[in-house]
Design a protein around this ligand. Structure first.
Ligand SMILES: CC(C)(COP(=O)(O)OP(=O)(O)OC[C@H]1O[C@@H](n2cnc3c(N)ncnc32)[C@H](O)[C@@H]1OP(=O)(O)O)[C@@H](O)C(=O)NCCC(=O)NCCS
Length: 150
């Protein structure tokens, strides 16, 4: 296969994989609409054209994405109907995602959706009384001090 080029359209929140200027796959994402702002990011859809599957394109897209978002706290995504059919979960496990929840009958009877998450930063935020901002502490430090987060 020709050399795969990865392009990031920040404005469109879209990462694409192309060879000879032809798009072969893409990944879209968004920030959850909550008060956490841009601390967490969610993958909306990951897609590779059927003729180009199992050549590592989705792996490339995900690795690029994870590298660009290594400073967020969580990356999450719900599997699409198609991935429920073709059982492509090993891809997400290989890249460190954990399968944390299954919602049956989500798309239709018998076809559910699965929540995958990857913790990017092992930091806890601690809001100490009288401080204006939360403190971000590595989990190892907290464990050393026998601190139990709640
Ligand atoms: C899921 C999808 C993005 C995978 O794309 P891809 O480019 O073929 O994935 P990769 O080549 O990077 O696969 C890497 C590994 O993931 C696993 N994997 C990928 N597709 C798989 C499948 N259908 N069944 C089982 N394992 C699969 C394998 O372990 C594979 O490694 P291998 O080929 O050495 O065995 C693609 O099949 C697709 O577009 N599906 C339709 C849309 C979809 O389901 N999107 C995901 C949810 S949003």
């Amino acid at each position: 296969m020709k050399k795969i080029k990865i392009k990031w359209n920040k404005k469109g929140k879209r990462i694409s994989a192309a060879a000879s200027k032809k798009e072969l796959g893409f990944l879209t994402y968004f920030y959850p609409d909550d008060t956490a702002g841009k601390r967490n990011v969610e993958i909306n859809y990951l897609y590779v054209k059927p003729a180009y599957r199992r050549c590592g394109i989705a792996t490339k897209l995900l690795k690029f994405f994870l590298d660009k978002f290594k400073n967020v706290t969580w990356v999450s995504f719900w599997t699409a109907e198609s991935s429920e059919k073709d059982k492509s979960y090993p891809l997400y496990h290989k890249l460190g995602f954990k399968d944390v929840y299954y919602q049956p009958d989500y798309y239709r009877k018998g076809v559910g959706t699965r929540l995958f998450v990857k913790r990017m930063k092992n930091n806890f935020s601690l809001w100490i009384k009288d401080q204006k901002r939360p403190l971000f502490l590595p989990i190892e430090n907290l464990l050393k001090q026998n601190f139990i987060p709640f």
